[in-house]
Ligand binder design. Structure first.
Ligand SMILES: [Zn+2]
Length: 78
């Protein structure tokens, strides 16, 4: 599934400066240069950049979700 790779983004200086005012909404840590991030849905409104390893890709929805949020979502609608 090569599609998945298209979503991946690397943290550059511009993103680091912009995103680190809040940090990563999934783990609460700051982003580092070169971190792999994806735009994902989560407990927040809309899409936010989170670390790629904290996201799950949903093939049906064709988008990323934050892991914990995805589990909860799945649990509610089996
Ligand atoms: Zn994170």
């Amino acid at each position: 599934m090569e599609r998945k790779r298209e979503f991946k983004v690397l943290i550059d200086l511009e993103k680091q400066n912009r995103l680190n005012t809040e940090g990563c909404p999934a783990c609460g840590k700051k982003f580092s240069l070169g971190d792999e991030v994806v735009l994902a849905r989560g407990r927040w409104h809309g899409y936010k950049y989170i670390h790629q390893n904290e996201a799950v890709f949903d093939k049906h929805a064709n988008k990323h979700y934050e892991r914990g949020y995805y589990r909860t979502k799945k649990g509610m609608s089996p």
